[in-house]
Structure formats: C-alpha cells, structure tokens
Write a protein that binds this ligand. Structure first.
Ligand SMILES: [Zn+2]
Length: 728
C-alpha cells in the first residue's frame, strides 16, 4: 500500500519540474545554505559494560597502545534516573536522547526519578517517547545506521532506533527498526525478522518488508563487503555474533565489528547531507557478566579496531565527531586480587598476561566444543588456556553439574592463575572513560545525557523541538481537532489508533511510520516522518498524522497557512506545481497563460487544432489552445493572447466563470448586485463574472469588503479558486 503514495509523490515531483520550464517561472528559489557548508557526521560508539580495568588489561594483552588511547579526554557519569548502577536500556537512552530513564526502559521518559540531581518528570509524561539523535539526524536528511555484535534488537542499539517500555520486547523493537528508514543496519538478530519466530506473533514478515524497502539483505561478511547498495541490512546470525577471538578461530563467515564499521562509513558517507552512525561492541558486557577476561579482552580489542576505522575517516574528513564510551562498568575487574595483597610490587606484567595468552577461545567458544558427556573436559579447558591441570583442578572441573557451573569453574581458575579480581557478576556504578575526537567534542567529566546533547548540538538538532514534532499524544491532539478516537485492539498483537471525523478516518498502526487515511471514497497511505509508538497506555505519533492530506509538499507553505489545504490537494493531484521541488512561492503572481493552463488541466481539456495567437509558444500552447477551442478564453486581439501578462482578479473571475459554464454546460446569470466597497473599480465587462464568482463563493472580498479587481492574483489565490472550481 505504501507504494501508492510513493508514486503519487514521485509523479508530483516530475510535474513540478516540468512546470518550472513550461510555465516559465524563473524563480529557482535559493536552496538552504547547508549546501555550501561541509556536512557534519557523528560516529557514536559504545563498548557495553567496559570498566577501565578491562581496557587496561586489553592494552597489556595487545602489547601496545589502543586506538582509543589517543582520544581519551574525560569521564562519564552513568547512573540512571532511579539507581546508582544503570542497566544498558536507560544508559543507552541517556546517550541517545539526553534523558535519564529507568531500568529496562528504551527511548521513553522515566516513571520513577529519585537519583540526586535528576529533574523530576511530570506523571503524565511518564513513558512518553523522546527523540534520539539518530532520528534527529534523519530529519535533517542525513544518512543513518546502526551496528552491533549482539542481536540488533538488544538494548543499546534499540535505544538509538526504538521506543519501548521494556528492552525484552524484541517484537516491537525489530518492527520499529524496520520502519525507521535507516540506511545501514548490521549485526545479529535475524530471528526477530522472521515470520513464525517467537518475536513475530504479530504475523509481520519483516524480512519481506526489508526487501520491499529496497535494502540489500546480506548474511555473510563476503556479501557485505561486495554490496554497493546505498541501503544495506546485514543479519549475520540468528541472535548474537560470536566473540571476536572465537570468530577468528572458527574462520567464521561473520564480519568483524571493524569490517562492519568500515563498510557502514563507506556507504553512509556517500550522502551529501552527512551521516550519523551508531556502533556497539556489545559482548564485552556479556563476558564481564560471566567474569571471563578472555571474552572481555577479545571484544575490547575488536571494538578498538572499529574505533581505529572511525578515526581514520574522521581525521581525513575534518568534520566528523567520533565518540567512544562505555555505558557503564561491569564485574569490577582488577589486575590484582586477594593473592596479591602483600606482594604486588614484585609482580611483573607478564605474571598477569601470560596465563591469559594461553587461551585460544573465550569461555563461551571453548564450551561450545564440549561433548555432551563432558568426556573431552581437559581438552576444552586447554582451549581456554587452562593447561597443566592439577588433580585438584580436574576434580573441581569434574564436579560441575552443568555447562554453566563448568564455565564458572573455568573462569575462576583462569582469574586465579592470572591474579585478576572480580567483585560482582553484575554492572557497577563507577565513572567510565570518555573518548572523543573532532570538532565540538565533549571534554572533562560529563553526564551521559550530555553526550547526546553534544552530538545533537554539533549536527544542529533541537531534540526538544523534534520530540514535539515526532511524538505528539495522539488521543489528546486528535480530540482537540474534533476527532473521536479509540485504540482498536481487535488484533491484540497489532493495536491501531483510530481517529474519525465526518467522512475522514485516520488509522495509525503501532511501530510503523504509516497513516492509513480514508477521505470519503478515497483511501491512501501516508508515509510519516517518524514511527508511531504505543507505550501500552497511549499512542504517540508524528504531528504529520494530524493532517488528513498528503504530507506538506512545500517548505514555504506550512500546515497553518490559509491556502495550505488547497495547494496540497492540487499539488497532490498534479494540477498545480511549485516553482521548484521544495518551494511554491504562494505570494508570487500568476500569468494569464499559467491560469489558463491550470483550468485546462483541471478540466482535462485537449486541443484539436493549433491556435491563432502568434505570441504563444512552448508547453503552454496546447493548454491555451484547448481553453480557446472550448470558448473559455479569447485573445487580447485577433493574433495575440499575452500569456505572460499578470492576471488581475477580475480577469480571473471571468475566465473562471466561463470555465465553470463550460464544465456544467449551463450559462449563468448574476443575481442581485454585490455591494463591494470598490465596485466602481470593476471593469463593466467583468462585473457580472465577479458577481457570479461571489455568489458561487469562488472569489470573495477582503476584510474591508473590497474585491480589489485590478490587483494581480497571487499563486495562493489561484490555488484556492482552482481547488473550489475542481470540487464543485
Ligand atoms: Zn550495557
């Protein structure tokens, strides 16, 4: 259904372009000054759950500097709205929207605020969606993309592309991501796209939608690197991708995070308006939860390679901001533990690192090699670097009842050999490092919400203003406009917001950027500039949805302009066109030729013969010929028409009424005289037409009851009369 509206818009654009030449408008209205300014780009990178201890260890393991080291510039406070230790969902929300939120909440305001220094949120605003920087960038015409090594529906990438009350709701997150209109989406999480999967109880085949939307859908590193599409959706695993060490060891077909980052930058940077890219190294956090130092090192180093790619581009580009942060600490990892209490000054780096170097796989990767009967237990332990096992160690491992217990025994053993400490298997509340590069980068100790604000400021996004535009409360806003509203849950897995007034019905399905509009017998699908969010209480929609007409077509004709409805309607039908694709010039004047062309098109008139006028040529000739043959117009002399002369209001009335007589097949006569204050100024030949035009309410006087017969008609006035003429 969305195809229909696309065609309409495309058709209109072609008509608009043609009209510029055929109607002889010279006004190539100045395009935004943005064209002369370098576009701004932002590459926002998050290494999930990475404490400073993990980066220190990864640097020693690598044996040289990290790419991140050279851009270390400050620190970040990570607490959530209600707790000292945050979950990834509110942390991601803070980084993407500039608002602290609550545990598990993605892209919505919090319902509970009790952290010191966090401003309270009004009860009615709880769980109200707030715009993220990716959405803001997209509104500015920038290309956008997200990357993760987890499933792409996971909390942090979700915070940059979706709005849901609970992070585990992959069904809604995946659907919103598909309708978000991003250019590049790379990661795991293919399952949540597939019809028949657990996530898709709503019966949506998102893979089909991805294909319909023109993405190049790729599933291997090879196909990703080969793609030359501007829109790429890569789903390289059913859920998460492998840890980088395991990926390399298995010579897997999955891309590395650096591969994905490089490809995304190549693709997005083709956009003249610049781009916003979000990248997450997701699994440092998972390894930290498991207290597996190998998984942490593996994915800190892989993430750092991706930062290297981003920096390489940013240095060359000069107008790209790169941010790399952790969203929170995890595991309390330290070099040194209880065994080093008294002797740390004597312990060299190698004592920590050498035991770790023996591992070829992460704990997860090694355990995947385990036979069901655990018969190869010592071999698996060896893959994790646990060689020369003592009898006691073998007994400990053998005592593990399941894979989970065994993993726990293995990681404890390796930590002990490498003298590493862990304080928890959960997140931690300390500040994390801030890495940033490029113009306007944030520095010093900042709050996680400040990072969203820095990115928005650099790109020129007013997040608050955009939230007001993209997420209005549907019930409240439609009811203010006299609609009756309801939430249709006939299909419980696909709630739809419905607004009705007269013979207009607007349906807004959740998670999509679509409005299905029925206007009497006419039905069309309107594409909105944002997704519709249902937070299980209220629907929030793009303000565009409040307008039952096709979307605003001209920058200089806003929805509150008096002639908006007329211009929109006629432009949508291809009858009227702008002076350029983006501008209508409503106050500009109209020539005789142009007005007749509008009438001819409105009546769908065709010319049979050529015209006697010597001053008419080009694209207008057929329209004028058709109107002339139909008796709607005559020339200004036997051989001239003066098509480029500006049309006055009284001339317009005459042409309009003659056209109306032609259309209805009836000759009209004026009734009683209308007492315009300036009636003496109306030329006698036009008097009756002006009067009929008033009676039919095609043309009326101004506030002072003047008709202004000799004034030139404006393009907006012409649109109004043609609209009314077309309707009658
Ligand atoms: Zn996290």
């Amino acid at each position: 259904m969305s195809n229909g509206i696309k065609k309409k818009v495309t058709g209109m654009t072609v008509a608009a372009t043609m009209a510029i030449s055929s109607l002889g408008f010279t006004g190539e209205v100045t395009k935004a000054a943005a064209e002369t300014k370098e576009p701004t780009n932002v590459i926002m990178m998050v290494m999930d759950g990475t404490s400073a201890g993990a980066t220190t260890l990864a640097r020693w393991y690598k044996g040289g500097s990290l790419a991140m080291d050279e851009i270390m510039i400050g620190g970040v406070r990570t607490h959530s709205a209600e707790s000292a230790i945050t979950d990834s969902a509110p942390a991601g929300t803070a980084l993407s929207t500039g608002h602290k939120s609550n545990d598990k909440v993605i892209g919505l305001l919090p319902s509970l605020v009790n952290s010191p220094g966090v401003a309270p949120v009004a009860p009615e605003d709880a769980h109200k969606p707030v715009v993220n920087v990716l959405e803001g960038a997209k509104q500015l015409g920038k290309a956008t993309g997200i990357i993760s090594t987890s499933e792409i529906q996971h909390a942090t990438p979700a915070a940059f592309s979706a709005h849901v009350p609970h992070r585990s709701n992959y069904a809604d997150i995946a659907e919103q991501q598909v309708y978000q209109g991003m250019d590049v989406v790379l990661g795991g999480g293919k399952d949540s796209l597939l019809l028949g999967s657990k996530a898709r109880v709503d019966g949506e085949d998102l893979l089909e939608v991805v294909n319909d939307k023109g993405y190049d859908f790729v599933e291997t590193r090879e196909d990703l690197l080969k793609s030359d599409s501007d829109k790429i959706w890569g789903a390289f695993a059913p859920s998460a991708l492998a840890y980088d060490f395991d990926r390399k060891a298995a010579e897997s077909s999955e891309p590395s995070i650096a591969d994905m980052t490089e490809k995304a930058i190549d693709t997005l940077s083709k956009d003249d308006d610049g781009f916003f890219l979000f990248v997450e190294g997701s699994k440092v956090d998972w390894a930290a939860h498991a207290n597996d130092p190998i998984g942490m090192i593996s994915d800190v180093l892989a993430f750092d390679d991706a930062v290297g790619e981003a920096l390489e581009f940013a240095k060359e580009d000069g107008n790209t901001m790169v941010i790399a942060v952790s969203d929170h600490g995890n595991s309390g990892i330290t070099m040194g533990n209880q065994s080093t209490n008294g002797n740390y000054p004597e312990i060299p780096v190698s004592a920590y690192i050498d035991p770790l170097k023996k591992a070829t796989l992460t704990a997860e990767g090694a355990l995947k090699k385990m036979k069901p009967d655990f018969s190869n237990l010592e071999e698996v332990a060896g893959l994790y670097g646990l060689d020369d096992l003592t009898a006691e160690e073998i007994d400990t491992l053998k005592a593990s009842k399941d894979g989970r217990a065994l993993q726990s025994a293995m990681v404890n053993m390796l930590a002990s050999r490498a003298k590493l400490g862990f304080t928890t298997g959960g997140h931690t509340g300390e500040d994390v490092f801030l890495y940033a590069y490029g113009p306007s980068r944030p520095t010093g100790l900042v709050d996680n919400t400040d990072i969203a604000k820095s990115m928005a400021g650099f790109m020129g996004i007013d997040l608050k203003e955009m939230t007001d535009k993209l997420f209005v409360n549907a019930k409240e806003s439609f009811e203010n406009q006299g609609y009756s509203t309801r939430i249709d849950v006939t299909d419980v897995n696909n709630p739809v917001f419905v607004a009705e007034k007269g013979d207009t019905k607007i349906e807004l399905p959740e998670n999509k950027n679509l409005a299905i509009v029925t206007n009497g017998s006419e039905e069309y699908v309107k594409t909105l500039n944002g997704i519709t969010v249902y937070n299980d209480k209220d629907f929030y929609v793009s303000a565009q949805a409040l307008n039952p007409h096709p979307e605003q077509m001209f920058k200089d004709v806003s929805a509150d302009y008096w002639a908006y409805e007329y211009i929109q309607d006629l432009a949508g039908k291809g009858i009227i066109s702008g002076v350029s694709e983006e501008m209508f010039d409503p106050k500009g004047s109209v020539t005789r030729g142009q007005f007749i062309a509008l009438i001819s098109r409105s009546l769908n008139l065709k010319a049979a013969k050529s015209i006697p006028f010597t001053d008419v040529e080009g694209g207008l000739a057929t329209d004028i010929a058709a109107a002339y043959e139909s008796g709607i117009v005559s020339g200004t002399s036997a051989t001239t028409f003066e098509p480029n002369k500006k049309i006055t209001r009284e001339e317009m009335a005459a042409m309009l009424i003659r056209a109306y007589e032609f259309k209805t097949g009836t000759a009209l006569q004026a009734g009683k005289e209308i007492n315009y204050q300036d009636k003496h100024k109306i030329s006698p030949v036009f008097k009756e037409y002006v009067q009929i035009a008033a009676e039919l309410e095609f043309m009326i006087g101004d506030k002072l009851n003047r008709f202004n017969p000799k004034n030139n008609a404006t393009r907006a006035e012409a649109a109004r009369v043609i609209y009314l003429f077309h309707k009658k």
